[in-house]
Structures are given as C-alpha cells and as structure tokens.
Write a protein that binds this ligand. Structure first.
Ligand SMILES: [Zn+2]
Length: 268
C-alpha cells in the first residue's frame, strides 16, 4: 500500500502524526473530453471544484470506487462547462506597473503616468491619468509609489464611507452597537474583517472597486458588529441595509476575477 511521507523537516514539525493516509493527486480524463485532478483523502463526500484557471479538482474518500467517481464527474459535466465558460468570460490580467499601465480607482480605470519626483510633488488624478511622482520609473518604483498613494486614499475614502454607512445603519436598525474603529491595511486575502471588540479592518485595495461594492463590504462588516457569524440573522440584517446585497456580492466575485491583482481577497 502506498504511504505518503512528509519530508523530514516537515515531519519534525508535526506534533501528532495523523494515522490516516493521504494519496498523491492523480491526473485523470474521461472520454467526454474533460481532464481533471483526482485527490483521494479522508474527506467524507465527493467534492468537485472548478478553479478560476478552468482546471477541475475532484476530492474523493479513499473508499469510493473509481467508477463511481467518474460517474459523479459525468453528472456534473454541464455545470463544469458552465463554470469554465464563466471564468473564461471574466478572465482578466493583473496590473502592469509601467507607464500607461492601468490602475482602478472607485471602479474607473486610470493610466499610470510617472512624473519626476520633486520636493512637495504629490500624486494626482487628472483626465483619466494618475500622475505618480517616483524616483526612477522602474516597475518596482512605480508599484511602491502607487501603493503608498492607494493607502493614503484608502484611509481617507474608506474612513468617510464607514462613518456615513455606520450612521445610516444605526438609523435603519435603530440600535447602538457601540463605537467601531477602522484600520486600513494591505490585506492580501480578505476584503475586510471585524473583531469582537468592534474593530473593522479593510483592505487598502478596496478603493479600486466601484462604490456600490465598497459599500457592500463595509455594510457586511457593520453587520458583523451585530452578528459575529454568517447566520440567517446576519443575512437578514444585511438585507435590511442593502436589499441587493446578494447581487453586490456576486459582482465582487466577478470583479476579483476580472482584476486578478484583487483576487483571493474575496473573503469577508
Ligand atoms: Zn463576514
């Protein structure tokens, strides 16, 4: 029987070795013209994922016969094709931090326009361009200057937006959940989060999104001041603040796909 062993370095780190065995992923294909990766592990049910690059991953309990796995994949073929087409349609490319590369601010595109860095010079948005004073105009230099500008703008824009939406939420819900603080950070994997102490953290990158989607993320976190989970009560409160919350949530997913530099910050 095949037994997977971790490399010695990793093995030492593991405190209690799992008695359950894991199998290496296998490349599979079916005559209907679909390739996928099969991962056998100790999950309890068959699961199928279509990734944004169109690849398909099937996870299966070790005991399930291969024929049943293949039948399962066949029954999902239409759904897989639909997902692959969706990802293909919304596939985008990341930001190119060069002159005439494109960045987004409040959902609108702006061309990067590097400018000479002088004493007192500041970035500014003008007629479809972001004038960005930087030292030498290399992609790394432009990216650093852009991210500093984005953080500065995010603190201002998101701070104002949070104050307004917090007041609106209190008026609509008629409650006083206590003071909420804001910190803006360069989050890589999330759009925002909320601590039990009422501290809301938002990703600086949020200001790239159109305003209705920014509002969605902020309202989502404001609802976490009232419900620290994603229970029906949480969603009920969110729908009172934003009746089209589901649509906005879907639009954020699409935005993340079309602007991959913002991808994987999907979670809230
Ligand atoms: Zn949440």
């Amino acid at each position: 029987m095949f037994e997977f062993l971790l490399p010695p370095k990793l093995r030492r780190k593991r405190k209690t070795p799992s008695p359950r065995k894991t199998h290496s992923p296998e490349r599979m294909s079916i005559p209907e013209g679909l390739d996928f990766t099969l991962q056998r592990d100790h999950c309890r049910t068959l699961r199928l994922t279509v990734k944004p690059d169109g690849s398909v991953l099937v996870k299966s309990p070790v005991a399930v016969p291969l024929e049943r796995v293949l039948d399962f994949v066949r029954t999902k073929l239409d759904w897989i094709r639909e997902k692959q087409a969706f990802f293909l349609e919304h596939r985008g490319s990341g930001t190119d931090f060069r002159e005439r590369g494109i960045i987004h601010f409040l959902g609108r595109p702006f061309l990067i326009s590097p400018a000479e860095k002088r004493r007192g010079s500041r970035p500014r948005l003008t007629a479809g361009r972001l004038e960005l004073p930087c030292r030498n105009g290399t992609p790394e230099d432009i990216e650093t200057a852009y991210k500093a500008w984005r953080m500065d703008m995010a603190k201002r824009v998101l701070g104002r937006r949070l104050a307004r939406l917090d007041a609106r939420a209190r008026a609509i819900l008629g409650d006083r959940p206590g003071h909420c603080g804001l910190s803006v950070r360069s989050l890589k994997r999330r759009w925002g989060s909320c601590s039990a102490q009422g501290q809301i953290t938002l990703a600086a990158r949020l200001i790239e999104l159109p305003l209705p989607l920014i509002d969605y993320v902020i309202c989502h976190e404001l609802c976490h001041l009232r419900h620290m989970d994603h229970s029906p009560a949480f969603h009920g409160t969110l729908m009172r603040l934003l009746p089209d919350a589901r649509k906005r949530e879907q639009d954020i997913r699409i935005w993340s796909l079309e602007h991959p530099q913002s991808r994987q910050e999907n979670r809230l």
